[in-house]
Design a protein around this ligand. Structure first.
Ligand code: FE
Length: 338
């Protein structure tokens, strides 16, 4: 009798506890992606699962500093940010933990996730050539490397070397060509510049449209936004490095992505959220909003994005953008790329 009583008391206590847990389950996200991009996703996840998402947004630098300072007291379960360089940095400084997940390995191509499973790409951004269609034909262009050829003298515009996107591009060129050759290429670019580097991708494309130069290198979602605003601009996308013998060669791609924090209070919930973000259910919500490409190859891109045509991406693991970032920054400095 006494025993039955205590068993039912325990059972009641367990039920109460699990009910509370079900009500209370939440995942806390530190996001370098802005609220307008992530809120619709998190709302959809909450509708789907009943799990509440709390998030704060900020620059990736301050968010990573905050994670570091909070240490094991951090409320954050997930870090969400752009650029493999940043994700690599977070993993390298011990802010993330490995999540061996079959779902993520199936949904995210191997070159777009950490080989040690500490972060996973969730959308793909392609950094490609955009040219003035009244000055060039597609057949005039071939590769990033070709833009170092003196035939492009005074015809090239670039965004500043201070932006991580260009540091990642150069880091990936170091993996492909080795440092001396990559440096010669970057020097060639600098020698071909029509004008000083621009503070952002949009200004570089506007210079191309205004005939200040013929061609530039930008992330495609900036092209998408600019053409949505001003469809009459004489600009088009060119996919470089498509027909090379090197089987890894292709368009430079980078990711936005996420990892579970080292001191997550709800690591299982964090993992489920990241898995969901990689699923066909969420991929269009995640990518289309910013005119990016889904990371999951089973998912079709947004109509505007699909209209740019398909391309072969560079297949070297994007983690190199992080591991070689410091080397790339020094190389660009030596080459006079400001
Ligand atoms: Fe951007």
């Amino acid at each position: 009798m006494k025993l039955t009583h205590s068993i039912s008391a325990i059972a009641l206590a367990l039920t109460t506890l699990s009910t509370l847990t079900a009500i209370a389950e939440e995942v806390v996200v530190y996001s370098a992606r802005n609220e307008q991009l992530i809120k619709p996703l998190f709302d959809a996840y909450s509708r789907d699962t009943g799990v509440q998402i709390k998030f704060i947004t900020g620059g990736e630098g301050p968010l990573m500093e905050r994670l570091k300072a909070e240490g094991q007291n951090t409320p954050a379960d997930v870090l969400l940010t752009v650029d493999a360089g940043n994700l690599w940095q977070a993993a390298h400084t011990g802010l993330l933990r490995p999540i061996p997940s079959k779902t993520l390995q199936d949904n995210v191509p191997a070159h777009l996730r950490d080989p040690d499973n500490e972060w996973f790409g969730l959308s793909v951004r392609a950094r490609t050539l955009v040219y003035n269609t009244s000055k060039l034909k597609a057949t005039d262009m071939s590769t990033y490397e070709d833009l170092a050829n003196p035939k492009w003298k005074g015809r090239l515009c670039l965004r500043t070397a201070k932006k991580v996107y260009n540091q990642s591009l150069v880091a990936m060129m170091i993996t492909e060509h080795g440092e001396p050759q990559a440096e010669a290429i970057v020097k060639g670019w600098v020698g071909n510049l029509a004008t000083a580097p621009f503070p952002d991708d949009t200004k570089a494309m506007e210079a191309v449209a205004n005939r200040q130069c013929d061609v530039t290198v930008v992330n495609t979602y900036y092209f998408g936004r600019l053409m949505e605003k001003t469809p009459s601009l004489p600009l088009a996308i060119f996919w470089p490095n498509q027909n090379l013998t090197n089987k890894n060669a292709g368009v430079h791609v980078n990711i936005s992505g996420a990892g579970v924090t080292r001191h997550a209070k709800n690591p299982a919930g964090a993992q489920r959220l990241i898995e969901w973000l990689s699923s066909d259910k969420a991929q269009n919500l995640f990518a289309d909003n910013n005119l990016e490409f889904p990371v999951n190859p089973a998912v079709t891109p947004d109509k505007i994005v699909a209209a740019w045509g398909s391309f072969k991406p560079n297949l070297i693991n994007v983690k190199e953008a992080g591991s070689l970032q410091a080397q790339a920054v020094k190389l660009m400095d030596r080459a006079g790329y400001k």
